[in-house]
Ligand binder design. Structure first.
Ligand SMILES: Cc1ncc(COP(=O)(O)O)c(C=O)c1O
Length: 395
């Protein structure tokens, strides 16, 4: 038989299927054979979307909000986003021209890269990382440059590493605080050092703040766009998925100076067109309604984090930095003498799904990511199973 023609575009060559989805598929296959699996691999809150948000979307549907909205998103939602950005983040943007409502924060990152990165442009990405940044840069023809995050430094980005990675082709730097997969939170002093480098080398900064409300121990989220000289060069991406447990609604946004938005809106127009109309009504209710649900979600995550960190601390051979935000821990398995993928497969056989650190970049090897977005009771069972698996490995 003649060999099948490869129809893929050249740029797809280095774009793999998501590493996390692979684990989910493997877990699903074991489950279909009757195995009980506790899912700690999925980066999504396990709560229902708060009722007042669902009600607003239902009302919008019943009122006939079934048509395209402005490509930028409804003006009401953009106004609510602008107010939120000013109130919570001290970022001033014009809702008419400087906010684009997107199909999740995923799309916000994708349109930023496609609109602003040229072939050969380098983008500095802290590694380990949410890999979406890497592949969006590659889809745009850009070159992702890994900037290592080290456990010894509590996974905080080191400005000296950033400075070393900058070349004449560097165009953008990614900041993600609180951070996926490590849970690290960057404080204002560190962000100031990063901002000084961005200004000195005339770089754009894409600040992904999707976990801003899931933050512990009295830490306050700080937006880099709020620093002097940074509003002009920062694209602030955020969304509703994590704060309000709305991952399936696919709703996010990007806020940036008009000339950046002018480029990004054209990518958005020719791909997504606009975010779903009635989901935007839900987003409006999320931002305009009571924030009690956010405090409740964050408090529950804090309780689970404390438990998981404590339980990991009792497992000989594993160690972990206590995360200050998001809903992930990123423990080291370097003392267990196996790769993170081998260990992940071992855990899967014991009934716990996690993600190998290697799925988050070169510097993620030797770690696993465990999402504590699962019930307290399930976390208790999962930690017992992990402890049992490690005991077997060490024996
Ligand atoms: C850092 C980060 N940004 C963005 C997203 C995606 O968000 P959304 O559901 O709004 O597309 C994720 C999802 O895991 C994430 O971890």
């Amino acid at each position: 038989m003649a060999q099948e023609k490869n129809w893929h575009a050249e740029r797809m060559t280095d774009i793999p299927f998501s590493g996390i989805r692979k684990i989910m598929q493997e877990a699903a296959s074991l489950e279909s054979q009757g195995k009980s699996i506790i899912h700690l691999e999925i980066g999504r809150p396990d709560f229902d979307t708060p009722q007042h948000i669902k009600d607003a979307a239902k009302r919008a549907l019943d009122a006939g909000m079934v048509h395209y909205t402005s490509n930028y998103g409804t003006l009401e939602l953009r106004q609510a986003i602008a107010e939120k950005l000013q109130r919570d983040n001290a970022i001033r943007v014009d809702p008419a021209t400087e906010i684009i409502v997107t199909v999740g924060t995923n799309e916000a990152v994708a349109i930023a890269m496609l609109a602003l990165i040229d072939p050969g442009d380098e983008v500095l990405i802290p590694d380990p990382t949410w890999l979406h940044y890497f592949y969006c840069v590659q889809l745009a023809g850009g070159v992702p440059i890994h900037v290592p995050l080290r456990e010894a430094n509590k996974f905080q980005i080191d400005p000296a590493d950033v400075a070393r990675a900058i070349t004449s082709r560097t165009k953008m730097l990614i900041v993600n605080s609180p951070h996926n997969p490590t849970g690290a939170v960057l404080d204002q002093a560190l962000l100031k050092e990063i901002a000084a480098l961005a200004i000195k080398h005339d770089l754009l900064v894409l600040s992904d703040e999707i976990y801003e409300k899931i933050i512990y121990d009295g830490f306050a989220h700080f937006s880099i766009a709020n620093l002097p000289g940074m509003a002009e060069r920062t694209l602030t991406a955020n969304g509703f998925s994590k704060t309000y447990s709305m991952t399936g609604w696919r709703l996010g946004y990007i806020a940036a100076r008009k000339h950046f938005a002018d480029a990004m809106i054209r990518v958005h127009q020719y791909s997504a067109t606009s975010a779903t109309s009635f989901a935007q009504a839900g987003g409006l209710a999320a931002y305009r309604g009571s924030q009690e649900c956010v405090r409740e979600i964050s408090a529950e995550f804090a309780r689970r984090r404390d438990f998981v960190v404590r339980a990991l601390g009792q497992i000989e051979g594993m160690s972990c930095v206590k995360p200050s935000g998001a809903f992930y821990v990123f423990p080291s398995i370097k003392n267990l003498g196996m790769s993170s993928e081998e260990f992940t497969l071992c855990l899967l056989r014991e009934g716990v799904a996690v993600v190998p650190g290697s799925a988050f970049g070169d510097f993620g090897e030797g770690y696993i990511r465990l999402a504590y977005s699962n019930s307290y009771a399930n976390l208790e069972s999962a930690m017992e199973r992990i402890a049992g698996a490690v005991r077997k490995i060490r024996a």
